[in-house]
Ligand binder design. Structure first.
Ligand SMILES: C[S@@+](CC[C@H](N)C(=O)[O-])C[C@H]1O[C@@H](n2cnc3c(N)ncnc32)[C@H](O)[C@@H]1O
Length: 551
């Protein structure tokens, strides 16, 4: 067997063993037990990156893993390093007893890391801390006191244990030490994260934050991504680089970059002195900076973005033709509505689309009962049925008077999908059809109502996607949630800066795109027009630096 084949074979065997180990631990322990200790395993590629960072040019041989679990982050580390490893759960340590007992370079502490060893220091620290809140009042008090006494920091009572692990471990990191943590990224935006960020700025050894969209077990339902925090005390620079990765390839690219001389930044560099602990740091992963582009303004300069109608129970209040017939409720008791963003198939929504969706028996009708109509027998019966099924007791609904009436916004000229994947979905609504809360409406102020097509033309461009796709919450695999407030502050075309000729140029491209889309026109011509539109906005909305570079 040649060396390459052997290495491959060996690695595969150890991977299989490892999967076996994790699998068997998962089978033998209860989910409750694992949740109690915050037990999740670091994915292989992340574990490799963390080891590479910590061992790269490391001065010294004393290593620490404060939350070792099955040992994922310490396996394969050469025996020339002395590793202190903590875990307070005897059950998980027992599950990999053979590994720990056969590695004399690993000193196992079956203790609570947050309580023990405050005076010890290390050259390198590698850690995937437990992601759990304080388990009870006593524990909270003990931990918070320890941090006050040993580090002089008063932490928020909402702090998650992983924040405590970061702080204590950094406190124990020696001069010139290196450290790598993998943690959920919610502390970057959450209020309780302020103290942690304050400490990170003051400690000044955080070099890089690599955000990954990779979802790990504990993020299920937690709506957050993970952050790799990479520290180097030997090189206290006055900047932190924020790198965002959305695929394994990008993560690998970041891993290669982190060990290079980093002359040409891969992410966004921020000066420590400009970083504010109370700010939402997730925004720092995005290039878009309001000051840096010309010919744009925040959307709320021209319009207000608002949530669609919130019924409290779309299942109850939305009807399709069949349901309407079944209950025999007259058409006059309904408002036309778009109930789901998936009903919008292309960027232009017309009455023809509405009719088609009605024919397809989609839910396009919103029950709208006002007092005069309540004499209608079928309607009263349906409302009675709602009460019998306790619809009137639901959240949002029970506080309304009467329970079946909700605020109804007008139809919006431009709609935006709340949940988006790669691209934000914008739709020009050419009808008076209202929308529910899977969509956000952009309501132009009166003086800009005539410019709806100009804005829509911009929204169709790559520039808009680039400038607007920033500060959303990330939900699961590249699914992002938009809030009206995100939209209100995002950058849109400054229509006031356009000359009449430019407006004309945009309008004629846009009208052709609309025509070709709604009339199933020639695909190549459509693409060509999109390209022209993209070129226009690319040239017109430029970063200031890029412009200076050209001059
Ligand atoms: C997220 S797991 C990481 C496991 C492993 N290092 C990995 O990367 O796959 C966190 C580990 O911390 C342990 N743990 C929880 N609370 C602890 C504490 N107070 N002190 C030490 N270990 C703790 C849990 O039992 C669990 O094994």
């Amino acid at each position: 067997m040649n060396l390459v084949v052997f290495t491959y074979f060996f690695r595969r065997c150890s991977l299989l063993e490892e999967y076996g180990l994790e699998e068997s631990y998962l089978n033998r322990s209860s989910a409750l037990h694992r949740r109690h200790y915050g037990q999740y395993f670091t994915p292989d590629n992340i574990a490799d990156i963390m080891k590479q960072w910590v061992l790269h040019n490391l001065q010294g041989t004393r290593l620490l893993d404060p939350a070792v679990g099955l040992g994922k982050l310490v396996q394969d580390i050469p025996t020339t390093y002395d590793i202190d490893a903590y875990d307070e759960d005897l059950k998980i340590l027992e599950a990999n007893r053979d590994f720990f007992s056969s590695h004399s370079s690993i000193q196992l502490y079956k203790h609570d890391f947050l309580v023990d060893g405050w005076d010890k220091t290390y050259d390198g620290i590698i850690c995937n801390p437990p992601y759990i809140p304080f388990r009870n009042e006593d524990e909270k008090e003990i931990y918070l006191n320890l941090f006050r006494q040993n580090m002089g920091v008063s932490l928020s009572t909402y702090t998650n244990l992983y924040g405590l692990f970061i702080l204590k471990a950094l406190h124990q990191l020696d001069e010139n030490g290196r450290a790598a943590f993998i943690v959920p990224s919610d502390f970057l935006n959450a209020r309780y994260g302020t103290k942690i960020k304050e400490y990170l700025l003051q400690d000044s050894s955080l070099e890089l934050i690599i955000n990954t969209d990779i979802q790990m077990g504990w993020f299920k339902g937690a709506a957050t991504t993970s952050s790799l925090l990479l520290f180097d005390k030997s090189n206290r620079s006055d900047t932190i680089e924020f790198i965002r990765t959305q695929s394994n390839e990008e993560l690998q690219q970041a891993a290669t970059y982190m060990l290079s001389d980093r002359n040409k930044p891969l992410g966004i560099i921020h000066h420590r002195q400009d970083l504010v602990p109370a700010d939402k740091w997730r925004l720092h992963f995005y290039q878009e900076d309001q000051k840096r582009f010309k010919n744009v303004q925040p959307l709320n300069h021209f319009a207000a973005a608002k949530h669609g109608i919130k019924t409290g129970s779309n299942q109850y209040f939305c009807f399709n033709n069949s349901k309407m017939r079944q209950w025999n409720i007259g058409k006059q008791h309904f408002l036309p509505c778009i109930s789901k963003s998936a009903q919008l198939k292309n960027p232009f929504f017309t009455y023809i689309d509405y009719k088609q969706l009605m024919q397809n028996d989609e839910q396009m009708l919103l029950l709208y009962a006002d007092d005069e109509q309540l004499e209608n027998h079928a309607l009263v019966q349906y409302l009675e049925d709602g009460k019998a099924h306790r619809v009137d007791q639901r959240h949002l609904i029970r506080s309304r008077k009467p329970w079946y009436r909700y605020p109804v916004l007008d139809a919006a000229p431009i709609l935006v999908s709340v949940f988006n994947r790669k691209h934000i979905q914008f739709v020009r609504n050419k009808t008076n059809v209202r929308h529910l809360d899977q969509l956000i409406g952009i309501y132009l102020y009166e003086e800009y109502e005539e410019d709806a097509d100009l804005f829509m033309a911009y929204f169709l461009s790559d520039r808009a996607q680039e400038l607007m796709a920033n500060p959303h919450k990330e939900y699961g695999k590249d699914l992002k949630k938009l809030e009206p407030k995100d939209l209100n502050s995002s950058l849109v075309l400054d229509v006031q800066a356009l000359s009449e000729e430019q407006k004309q140029e945009i309008r004629s491209l846009y009208e052709r795109i609309e025509y070709l889309t709604t009339h199933d026109g020639d695909q190549r011509e459509l693409e060509h027009h999109y390209q022209l539109l993209n070129e226009f906005f690319h040239d017109w909305i430029q970063p200031y630096e890029e412009e200076a570079g050209h001059n």
